[in-house]
Design a protein around this ligand. Structure first.
Ligand code: FMN
Length: 362
C-alpha cells in the first residue's frame, strides 16, 4: 500500500480534512502559476511532479515499438490502418482516379510480411479483409509506376484458396435500423452500475457474446487498440479485487473482474496517445449494454494514474511497457436484493448547446 493510501486510511477524518485543505491551497497557488507559464510548466512537470511520468514512458515505449521494423504487431497495426484508409478512398464520392499513392507500396509490403510470417488464426479475418480491399483497389486504380509495382507484389503473395471472393469491401446498408428508439432507451435506462452480485459463475460463452458486440464499436482508423482480460478464479480474484480503489465495501462479492488494456504501440505519433482511452471506452460501453441484454450486469471501476497501483498492476498482469490499464470492470449476475444508485443524469440544458458560439470566418 502506498504511503498516501496508508495515511488516508489510518488518519482521523478531521486531521485528514485539514491536511487536504492545506494541500489543496498549496496546489491551487502552485498550479495557478504553472498553468499560466510555459517554462514554469516544463520545469514543474519535468522536475517536481511525476504525474505524467508513467504515461510518457508508456507513450514512448509504444512509439518505439511502432517504429521498430521487427515487431509483427506493429506491422499488423500499420496494415489495418492503411487498409482502412484505402477503404475510405474506395467509398469516396466522387472516387478519385488515383489515391493512396504515398502508402500503397508500404501497405502491400506489410500485407506480404504478414502472410509470409504465417497468418495467425486470430488474424485470418483481417488478412482476408486486406486481401479484398487491395484487390478492389487494383481493380479501380491504375498507374504505371507505384501502383503497378505494388500490384506485382500483391499478385506474388500466396493467398489461401478460400479467399479472393471480394466480400469484405464497402457496401450499401439496406433497410432501417432494426432496434427501436424505445427498446434502446429501455436498455439505457435499465443499465446501472451494479455492485451487488449473485455468487454464480459467469459463463464465458456469454462474455464472448458480449465481446462480439464490443468489437463492433468504432475506433480511430479501425486500430482497435485494446484487449479485454477476464479473471474469475478464486485466487486471482482475491489478489486483484482490492486493486482498483473504488471497490471498498463490495469488492468481496465481485464474481468476475475484467481489466481492459490499451495498447500504445498502435500509434505512430504522440498526438494519438488518447486513442487508447477513447476507443476502449466506446467499446466498453457497448460491452456493458450487451451484458445487460444477456442478464448480466457490470460496474466500471476507476483506474487513476497512481504510480504504486500502476506498478502493481504491471507486475500482476505482466503488462508490457506500452500497455496501460484503461479500467477494470466488475461483472456478474445482479443480486435482485441489492440496491443500485439512482444516479441522476444531466438534463438536456446542461448536456448540450446548438450553434454556440455563432461562428463566422475571420
Ligand atoms: C470510468 C468510470 C470509473 C468508475 N469507477 C467506479 C469505481 O471505482 N467504483 C464504483 O463503485 N463505481 C465506479 N464507477 C461507476 C460510477 O459511479 C457510475 O457510472 C455513476 O455513478 C453513474 O451511475 P450509473 O452507472 O449507475 O448510471 C465508474 C464509472 C466510470 C465510467
Amino acid at each position: 500500500m502506498s504511503l498516501m493510501l496508508f495515511v488516508e486510511r489510518k488518519m482521523p477524518p478531521v486531521v485528514l480534512t485539514w491536511l487536504r485543505r492545506a494541500f489543496s491551497t498549496k496546489q491551487r497557488i502552485v498550479l495557478r502559476r504553472v498553468a499560466g507559464s510555459g517554462w514554469l510548466r516544463t520545469l514543474y512537470y519535468g522536475f517536481f511532479s511525476r504525474a505524467f511520468r508513467r504515461e510518457q514512458q508508456a507513450v514512448a515505449a509504444g512509439l518505439a515499438l511502432y517504429h521498430s521494423t521487427v515487431d509483427p504487431n506493429s506491422t499488423r497495426t500499420l496494415l489495418r490502418r492503411n487498409i482502412h484508409r484505402i477503404e475510405k478512398g474506395l467509398l469516396m464520392r466522387p472516387r478519385r482516379e488515383r489515391f493512396a499513392l504515398s502508402y500503397i507500396g508500404e501497405t502491400v509490403d506489410c500485407y506480404r510480411e504478414c502472410r509470409m510470417a504465417g497468418c495467425a488464426a486470430d488474424w485470418a479475418k483481417d488478412l482476408a479483409w486486406a486481401h479484398d480491399i487491395l484487390e478492389s483497389y487494383f481493380e479501380v486504380v491504375a498507374d504505371e509506376g507505384l501502383v503497378e509495382r505494388a500490384q506485382a507484389v500483391f499478385l506474388s503473395v500466396d493467398h489461401p484458396a478460400e479467399e479472393g471472393r471480394g466480400g469484405r469491401v464497402p457496401y450499401s446498408r439496406r433497410g432501417s435500423c432494426p432496434v427501436s428508439f424505445d427498446s434502446f432507451a429501455a436498455l439505457a435506462k435499465r443499465r446501472r452500475s451494479v455492485r451487488w452480485f449473485l455468487q454464480t459463475e459467469v459463463p464465458h460463452v456469454l462474455i464472448d457474446r458480449a465481446l462480439e458486440i464490443a468489437a463492433e464499436s468504432p475506433t480511430a482508423c479501425n486500430r482497435q487498440p485494446f484487449f479485454y482480460r477476464f479473471f474469475d478464479e478464486p485466487e486471482s480474484l482475491r489478489i486483484l479485487r482490492p486493486l482498483p480503489l473504488g471497490t471498498a465495501g463490495f469488492s468481496h462479492n465481485i464474481p468476475m473482474l475484467c481489466a481492459v488494456i490499451g495498447d500504445l504501440s498502435a500509434y505512430y505519433g504522440e498526438r494519438d496517445r488518447h486513442g487508447i482511452y477513447i476507443d476502449s471506452s466506446l467499446s466498453i460501453m457497448s460491452f456493458m449494454y450487451a451484458l445487460e441484454t444477456l442478464g448480466l450486469s457490470s460496474c466500471p471501476l476507476n483506474w487513476p494514474d497512481i504510480e504504486t497501483l500502476e506498478r502493481r498492476a504491471e507486475n500482476l498482469l505482466e503488462l508490457k511497457r506500452h500497455e496501460r490499464v484503461i479500467m477494470f470492470i466488475a461483472i456478474g449476475y445482479p443480486d435482485p436484493q441489492g440496491l443500485v444508485a439512482y444516479s441522476q443524469k444531466k438534463d438536456l440544458h446542461s448536456l448540450r448547446s446548438f450553434n454556440q458560439p455563432k461562428l463566422a470566418a475571420d
